[in-house]
Write a protein that binds this ligand. Sequence first.
Ligand SMILES: *[C@@H]1O[C@H](CO)[C@@H](O)[C@H](O)[C@H]1NC(C)=O
Ligand SMILES: *[C@@H]1O[C@H](CO)[C@@H](O)[C@H](O)[C@H]1NC(C)=O
Ligand SMILES: *[C@@H]1O[C@H](CO)[C@@H](O)[C@H](O)[C@H]1NC(C)=O
Length: 555
Amino acid sequence: MQPTFFFILTVQVCTLVTCSGESITKFPAILIFGDSTVDTGNNNYILTIAQGNHRPYGQDFPGHIPTGRFSNGKLVPDFLASALGIKEAVPPFLLPDLSDDELRTGVSFASGGAGFDDLTGAAFGIIPVSKQPRYLESYIERLWRIVGEEEAQRIVSGALVVVTAGTNDLIYNFYDIPTRKPFFTIEAYQEFLQDKIQNFTKVFWKLGEGAVGLDWWKQDPCLNKAAPRSGTLHALPFRNRNHMDKEDVLDLIHMLLKGVQVCNLVTCSSESTTKFPAILIFGDSTVDTGNNNYIPTIAKGNHRPYGLDFPGHIPTGRFSNGKLVPDFLVSVLGIKEAVPPFLQPNLSDDELRTGVSFASGGAGFDDLTSAVIGIIPVSKQLRYLESYIERLRGAVGEGEAQRIVNGALGVVSAGTNDLIFNFYDIPTRKPFFTIEAYQDFLQDKIQNFTKDLYNLGCRTIVVSGLPPIGCLPIQMTTKSIIRNCVRSQNYDSQLYNDKLMKVLPRLQASLPRSRILYADIYTPLMDMINNPGKYGFLETGRGCCGTGLVEAGPL
Ligand SMILES: *[C@@H]1O[C@H](CO)[C@@H](O)[C@H](O)[C@H]1NC(C)=O
Ligand SMILES: *[C@@H]1O[C@H](CO)[C@@H](O)[C@H](O)[C@H]1NC(C)=O
Ligand SMILES: *[C@@H]1O[C@H](CO)[C@@H](O)[C@H](O)[C@H]1NC(C)=O
């Protein structure tokens, strides 16, 4: 389960990066070159035996179909395009009925089996990396016809370009099939490959001059340093470096890549994928995907600026500019692309089968938390789970409903509102509790809640700890004159997390065949706050909108 956590955190990083706005608008498209690690299906359309269009490929891809990807599920480019808010999957350029929209947002030119060396994979008839820029030419021509010359140039020069290859060169040309070995030492062959990479980039340069005046390869001084290392992504040039510098972007990509690889492994290792037929979410605004839209409360996320970066740019009720952690999580686990709120009136059977969110923005474990604004406290979300199970039984039958709920991944994320709206800022509970006693009270609630979930059939339950509450913009504004993070509140959060880490294993031990897991959100968030540049942020002390000092909920 460790790796899944890791990804949860990585995903949060992405959400925040997306939040910082500037970074996202920077990549109108993604353009991919390389080998099977990034071929999203081009080999389907050429004469080669290196094809990923059959079982077991695609087992965990949405729809469970083999697509030509050499993977059980999505590939790095798909996750990357999704995390950057571009689209959910990157189509192969050779797909015959590529839509204008797909062209506009980018494609993969990669070919499974390819290498930088033209001899690599030549016997299979794949497209060597050196030939892939020819397809880029024809891509640009098509794009030109659709959107006009100027827009085509804007798209291509703004695109995120990813080149990943080199492994096949070493395996199929040096180690296992030593075609090149008699003529090169390993060092010499590596240098030969890197020379090829430089020539590859020069082809782009020429293409740019001739076709649409692309100047982005020419400008980038880091090009000559790009070297193929197996499994490493190389993000080549970015034109608008004034928005987010090269180091930031590389960090982002490495981070994504790390997360994604871990996830691919998780998905591959089978137990975990097939293990979660559905996801069931409980908690507050961090995981409410729209339930508050359907209840009488002022705490709603169904208006601007919420949803600005959500697919379709619509406010959905999520308290976020884009997707939330549950959405990324279901996508990575191959369940679906987004988690609907349980209260949505037109929920399909398919949505029911694969899980929903019961969370409500503003909620806490303590029923008193935000009671005045009419949200659904975490304890009441169980009632909705009961009615969910009823409906699920109606849709799929008793046995299957039980299998789904038993196998589901349960996620519980709350606690911040209890402390802010019941202790620190609106001290309803403060006269009656010390901070330690209130924390114990909350964790007692968590234990009761988790037991109730277990009794209703859930077996795998992830409970998140607290973030550094003292660094929330509203806390910095109201509790500190110079707007520093409020240290005492951060200390309280850590104390709470330490306790929770000890409570959950005991709880697990008391519930047969359960897995009750703690998710650390404190550490990565603190790192982002302290090192914004490392993650591509400019600002971590203010909210994104309005004054950025106090806004929360309906504001
Ligand atoms: C790179 O291009 C130069 C100039 O066209 C050529 O002489 C050289 O052989 C190429 N290098 C490789 C490794 O193909
Ligand atoms: C269901 O309702 C939501 C929210 O009102 C809407 O966005 C969505 O398109 C509807 N879906 C269907 C299948 O009608
Ligand atoms: C947890 O459940 C027990 C047993 O039902 C109950 O006595 C206790 O008050 C509950 N704890 C909280 C904090 O609600």
